[in-house]
Design a protein around this ligand. Sequence first.
Ligand SMILES: Cc1cc2nc3c(=O)[nH]c(=O)nc-3n(C[C@H](O)[C@H](O)[C@H](O)COP(=O)(O)OP(=O)(O)OC[C@H]3O[C@@H](n4cnc5c(N)ncnc54)[C@H](O)[C@@H]3O)c2cc1C
Length: 376
Amino acid sequence: MPAMREDYDVAVVGGGLVGAATAWGLARAGCRVALLDEGDRAVRASRGNFALVWVQSKGLGLAPYSAWTVRSSDAWAGFAALLRDETGLDVCFQRPGGFHICLSDRELEARATALKRLHNQPGAVDIRAEILDRTQLAKMLPDIGPDVVGASYSPLDGHVNSLRLFRALHTAIALRGVRYLPSHRVDAIARDGGVFRLATSHGEVRAGRVALAAGNANMRLAPMVGLEAPMRPERGQIVVTERLRPFLHHPISTLRQTDEGTVMMGDSHEDSIDPAGLTLGVSAKIAERALRVFPLLADANVVRTWSAIRVMTRDGFPIYDESTTHRGAFVVCCHSGVTLAANHALTLAPMIARGALDPSVVEPFSARRFHVQAPG
Ligand SMILES: Cc1cc2nc3c(=O)[nH]c(=O)nc-3n(C[C@H](O)[C@H](O)[C@H](O)COP(=O)(O)OP(=O)(O)OC[C@H]3O[C@@H](n4cnc5c(N)ncnc54)[C@H](O)[C@@H]3O)c2cc1C
């Protein structure tokens, strides 16, 4: 039998934001990369998200996640500049500081308590969050309505044009010679003589390493290479208005004005992902709350609403892991793929290119955390 030949150094499975950022980082590190994607019929978070590059409130329950998020937020401006230099596309990253708005004293108290708990965790990094009362807030957001009692604020929060980010990453990987293989759903992965063989609907792809970045589908793919990715997909809905004059110069956790002038409102968290369960009730609630925050939105026309399925691990924190049984297999899986895109491209992908994850950086995100026994 002729010796088996690998076609690529790394096969990345999943062409969403996580897979594209990883593939770009691998190509920058000099790897020959194939990026395999299921195609338009797949459920994808990357085309339906809210586009925040968000720091405050990340990491309650896992302090290293907060540090990882701050690292990405700090790297984002450089990441956006690299993408612009390579592709000519401006992804409109801005970090003007962001707010989480509270509409009652109870909400504000709960917010303050959550931020204090986050701050007091062993190993926590300083996210420079503070609680602002209504008067302080009104100086920064003059259009708030009478129901707003205050907000939390962090100068580290920002946002981006997420669809343009997606396009820029795909443009950048094409320019770097990554072979993009759409409509290549990976059905099986086997390791044979040190080479990974990925069975797809269009034949076999062979690679020396494999990086699983297939969102919620990682749950099914990871066990094929001795990894695990326990997931609990979640639905989110977003409501979008027509273009308005610029009035909102900071992103809010559930409301932001895009670089094009539309206002996005959203961030529902729904356990049911069955399309049959979609009703107007959730979008109505989203719009009602947005009106209480900014009464001027009452005159705006809604032009679009959508729902998308979040890639969500069982505990909500990222899973970055490498296989001990199938050397060369990695999983890269998370919610907040917009926020973490800079880390995936600039920190994680170079590790995969070197063939090993650096435990001092990613150990807290191993799926081994799910094996901890409850005290008996
Ligand atoms: C409503 C909503 C709001 C959000 N807001 C934010 C936000 O403000 N900020 C933020 O940082 N993040 C946000 N997110 C999360 C962010 O969108 C996701 O973290 C990110 O898109 C995940 O990217 P992904 O590439 O892992 O997954 P996906 O975009 O789901 O992509 C997975 C890809 O894998 C492919 N695939 C699946 N199975 C296979 C297979 N067997 N073979 C080959 N390919 C396969 C699919 O075709 C798909 O393209 C939000 C998400 C939602 C839904």
